[in-house]
Design a protein around this ligand. Structure first.
Ligand code: G3P
Ligand code: MG
Length: 251
């Protein structure tokens, strides 16, 4: 990976590729993001039973593929046979769950950059990070940053790959408050943090920015132009976008 701890993040990062335009976390979704003009996408990565890092948001295959059950219970060759586009197009497709390696090639060929969210099945956190580390550690053609809601994953990637760029994600302030977030980030040299849009206030953003961290914001629905303007005006660096068509050209 480029040793680029001062990476300037783009304002718009595609969320699971561009999840409102294509089936999430697929080659098609990441390719579409680059085609329409984004240069950075976020993907969710976890390992299969045979330790292949694959793109999948949920613990199970149920919602986004024609398979069912935990992803960690299947070898990749089996997972690859499931239809990963039918839930989106409502008809059979040839779209499959890609390997992280497929996406890395796609990014390299399209001058695209990657946010890899470490999204392990429970009890496979360290193995997940190790397998992802193995296939990203020598990549230097594209920018990559790692993120996770999972503390085990953040600690493990910090230990294995201290020169990487990393981001702790918070969905709420139940387990960790903003001071905890800042302390964790300082202690583990995390240069970015990611917040649910519901946590964003002027004071919270100001406090985090005083610690010289970059801030990304995600939402469970597409962030519109008006919200994006508000968020950027108080100092947020990047937003994750499900459908950036209205936002491209404005930011
Ligand atoms: O990293 C931002 C976002 O991807 C976090 O939420 O649930 O879509 O992975 P989720
Ligand atoms: Mg994600």
């Amino acid at each position: 990976m480029k040793q680029n701890k001062t990476l300037k993040l783009p304002k718009l990062i595609g969320h699971r590729g561009v999840k409102d335009l294509c089936p999430e976390n697929t080659l098609e979704s990441v390719a579409r993001a680059f085609e329409i003009g984004l240069n950075f996408v976020e993907i969710d990565v976890k390992i299969s039973k045979d330790k292949v890092p694959i793109l999948l948001h949920d613990d199970t295959l149920n919602r986004t593929t024609s398979g069912s059950g935990l992803a960690i219970d299947y070898c990749y060759e089996k997972i690859k046979k499931f239809d990963a586009g039918k839930f989106f197009y409502k008809q059979n497709t040839n779209i499959f769950v890609p390997k992280l390696e497929d996406i890395l090639s796609l990014c390299t060929n399209n001058n695209g950059n990657l946010n890899i969210e470490l999204k392990p099945n429970k009890n496979f956190e360290k193995e997940n990070v190790y397998q992802i580390y193995k296939i990203t550690k020598n990549i230097n053609q594209i920018d990559i940053f790692f993120s996770s809601f999972d503390m085990i994953s953040i600690l493990e990637i910090s230990k294995l790959f201290p020169q990487s760029l990393r981001s702790f994600l918070l969905d709420d302030f139940k387990e960790y408050n903003v001071d905890d977030l800042i302390n964790i980030s300082i202690n583990h040299d995390l240069k970015i943090c990611g917040l649910n849009i519901d946590l964003v206030t002027t004071d919270i953003i100001k406090k985090i920015k005083e610690s010289n961290m970059a801030i990304t914001v995600y939402s469970n629905k597409n962030i519109n132009t008006s919200s994006a303007n508000d968020i950027f005006s108080i100092g947020v660096d990047s937003i994750f976008v499900d459908n950036p068509l209205d936002l491209l050209g404005k930011f």
